[in-house]
Design a binder for this molecule. Sequence first.
Ligand code: HEC
Length: 290
Amino acid sequence: MGLRLKFNLILAACFVVGLIASSVLFYEVSHRNALERLHAQIGVLRAQALAVRAYTSDEIRPLLNDLSDVQFLPQIVPSFSAQNVFHKFRDQFPDFYYKEAALNPTNPSDLATPWEREIINRLRADTSLKEIVEYRETEKGRQYNVAFPLTIRAEACLACHSTPDKAPSSMVALYGDKAGFGWKMNETIGAQVISVPLTAARQQAFDNLKLMVGAMSLIFLILLLVINTLLGTMVLTPVIKMSEIAEQVSLGDSAQPEYVVDGSDEIASLSKSFNRMRRSLDSAMKMLDT
Ligand code: HEC
């Protein structure tokens, strides 16, 4: 096996090992960054929902409250507006999910599903938990879920959620007197569950990886080309030439011209030593002849 082939094989092996190791590391870091971005996105969605909630109780409820004595308007309910705004948001982002899930909800559509129930129970058991992050397989693919506790912090909430006799009669007429009551101050009654698809994060990490592998391969090919050219002109050609001369000289052809490599590198010094050795050999032969 020639020097060039050996050299290239070793370089290629080093490249492949290095590429595999750095790809694994790069994908991990890239995926983690994409997850962090998803998490930040969820934080923004949650802030948006909380803002809609606050807007409803500060701006809408005072305007429409009186009407609720006649007919209950769900539009004055923060949870109703937050979930409906999100519903419209989903027209453009159908893979996103927002729910104010409760164990004992006023509106049956807010009833926690079994996995939401389990999360709510964990949040109830440990009130220091600010959020729970979970990955879930759904029919739409893998989802990144974050659940935030819904805890009763204001007495005002209990006006509608403590007992049916305290709640507006129009509300009881609409929602019944069975569910959505019995909530207590500082009790975690449910969770704000927000989910975003993970496929986008995976795809992004994968696209970044493809770009990195492409760029590294290109750099490697350019390096390989440069190294091969240099190896050829600076090492292989002079060595092959000297080896051919040595071959001819060893067969008794002393008419071969001297091979001179200019410069002060190892090959130039080898060619000088080689030529000196040839001259010594020539004079030794001449001395023998006489
Ligand atoms: C005027 C009465 C009223 C007040 C005050 C009120 N809610 Fe509600 N709440 C409702 C009604 C009615 C629903 C059901 C809305 C719907 O149809 O989506 C509801 C729904 C909810 C839900 C969704 C789960 C469920 O029960 O369907 C949560 C969570 C919630 N409220 C929390 C609160 C909190 C926290 C406060 C205090 C900041 C509060 N509510 C104040 C009437 C009220």
